[in-house]
Design a protein around this ligand. Structure first.
Ligand code: ZN
Ligand code: MN
Length: 142
């Protein structure tokens, strides 16, 4: 929270209750919400806030390195306040996005060694069916 305020201030952005609330939604969840679900969650608290405000705030946070945007395919984006790079696992049935924390993967280093690229970021996604979906629909398990 204090980090948010100081980063916004330092970069000349206004600190508004909406901005703080949008960031808090991301900070307090591990569900990687999309713009719509952030908007829907905050709408009761800020009835006059527009979807565009949520979009713009997320753009600002992203450009300041406060959040990361996950491209989960087909123009669909999810947001994560954990800016440390980590793999994600995505359910092909319900669209849930979870963290897939792995021990000791230094893929970046391996890619640099093999390609001579200087790697600056990476996004790794695994796709499958989440435990809830596989237990509800056993055919997904095969
Ligand atoms: Zn699922
Ligand atoms: Mn994550």
């Amino acid at each position: 929270m204090n980090e948010l305020i100081s980063v916004l201030k330092k970069n000349g952005y206004k600190i508004t209750p909406q901005r703080i609330a949008i960031y808090d939604v991301l900070k307090d969840t591990r569900e990687h919400p999309c713009v719509d679900s952030i908007y829907n969650k905050l709408h009761p608290m800020f009835p006059t806030m527009s979807l565009a405000t949520v979009y713009k705030s997320l753009e600002v946070f992203k450009s300041l390195g406060l959040i990361q945007e996950l491209n989960v395919g087909e123009g669909s984006f999810r947001y994560d306040a954990n800016t440390i790079q980590h793999p994600h696992v995505i359910c092909l049935n319900c669209g849930k996005v979870d963290d897939a924390e792995l021990d000791d993967i230094d893929l970046t280093e391996q890619v640099e060694v093999k390609t001579d690229y200087k790697i600056v970021k990476q996004q790794i996604y695994f796709y499958g069916y989440c435990p809830e979906c596989t237990s509800k629909n056993t055919s997904l398990n095969k």
